[in-house]
Design a protein around this ligand. Structure first.
Ligand code: SF4
Length: 303
């Protein structure tokens, strides 16, 4: 037993051991979990997997890292190239923020992703979660990482109540710190394994408790899973007919064009039947820097 583990309550210690064993055999073999993955590549993966399932991210991440293996190469890419490579990952503003981040990493940090929270959080598109994820997964530091999956698992296992989603609360951070293993390497495995357990086993609506490595220590299971599934405070937004769908249709049409080409407005008009919604989506894409409106009679990806 390490010095830092001496005063750790037994259920917490036991959960560390159980989850570490499960991680060895139960985790998915995702390409960025290779030891040779660079910190920059881990950041790209983290940005891509915000709001997008990891399994969907895999082909995009692989292609992206082939095209732009580090910050400097991405910094030199055109906005049109990064929007095209972002494909159907959704929320394409993330692609432009990643490029802006790459420019700063190249210019301010000599093409090396920084290793402190303060420096990471100063970069475009990097918030509290991403900064902590990079410190843990890329640099092996002892840092509590909190995303929706981790929060759900920790809340259920250690407090015995359902996690209610929404923004991270101070008590979520306190709990995550309290149960984080004392050794940095074990803390990294704990973060990864808790996140994976939340994605694969301890899901929001249908946790597979019979297959869960923590079923012997989980306070939520012991209490009979009170309020299971009540955690979702916002109903999932339907995609069909939303501005997100319309914006996606417009960008998909532009990605199909030869590099540097424009789409005439009469063809743009055919992309969506609701002219008013189409117009407002064109305006918002223009505001976000994701398209250019050329002389009022055609649109294109920004050069
Ligand atoms: S026992 Fe069930 S509720 Fe508890 S962590 Fe495992 S899957 Fe989640």
């Amino acid at each position: 037993m390490t010095g830092s583990q001496k005063n750790v309550p037994r259920p917490i210690q036991r959960s560390h051991t159980l989850l570490a064993h499960w991680w060895e055999s139960g985790a998915r073999d995702l390409p960025w979990r290779n030891r040779s993955t660079t910190p920059w590549a881990i950041l790209v993966c983290e940005v891509m997997s915000q709001q997008t399932q990891m399994s969907r991210v895999v082909p995009y991440w692989k292609k992206w890292m082939e095209l732009w293996p580090d910050a400097a190469t991405l910094a030199d890419a055109t906005p049109a190239e990064v929007i095209t490579a972002w494909g159907r990952l959704g929320y394409p503003r993330r692609a432009l923020r990643l490029k802006a981040c790459a420019q700063q990493v190249r210019d301010r940090f000599n093409n090396q992703l920084p290793q402190t929270y303060e420096e990471l959080i100063s970069l475009p598109g990097i918030g509290d979660y991403t900064a902590n994820a990079v410190l843990s997964f890329a640099y092996g530091q002892r840092v509590a990482v909190i995303d929706t999956n981790i929060r759900r698992v920790l809340t259920r296992v250690f407090t015995g109540v359902e996690s209610h989603g929404g923004a991270t609360k101070p008590q979520d951070k306190v709990l995550a710190e309290e149960v984080l293993p004392g050794q940095a390497q074990e803390a990294v495995v704990w973060n990864q394994a808790t996140m994976e357990l939340g994605a694969l086993v301890c899901t929001a609506k249908n946790p597979d408790c019979s297959q869960c490595p923590l079923n012997g220590v989980c306070a939520f299971l012991k209490a009979g899973c009170p309020g299971l599934g009540e955690g979702r405070t916002r109903p999932r937004q339907h995609f069909r007919g939303t501005d997100r769908q319309v914006r996606g249709v417009i960008l998909a049409a532009l990605r199909e064009l030869p590099v540097g080409s424009s789409l005439p407005m009469n063809e743009v008009d055919n992309l969506w039947p609701d002219a008013s919604q189409l117009g407002s989506c064109l305006a918002s894409l223009d505001d976000d820097g994701l398209i250019e409106i050329v002389g009022g009679d055609s649109i294109r990806l920004p050069g």
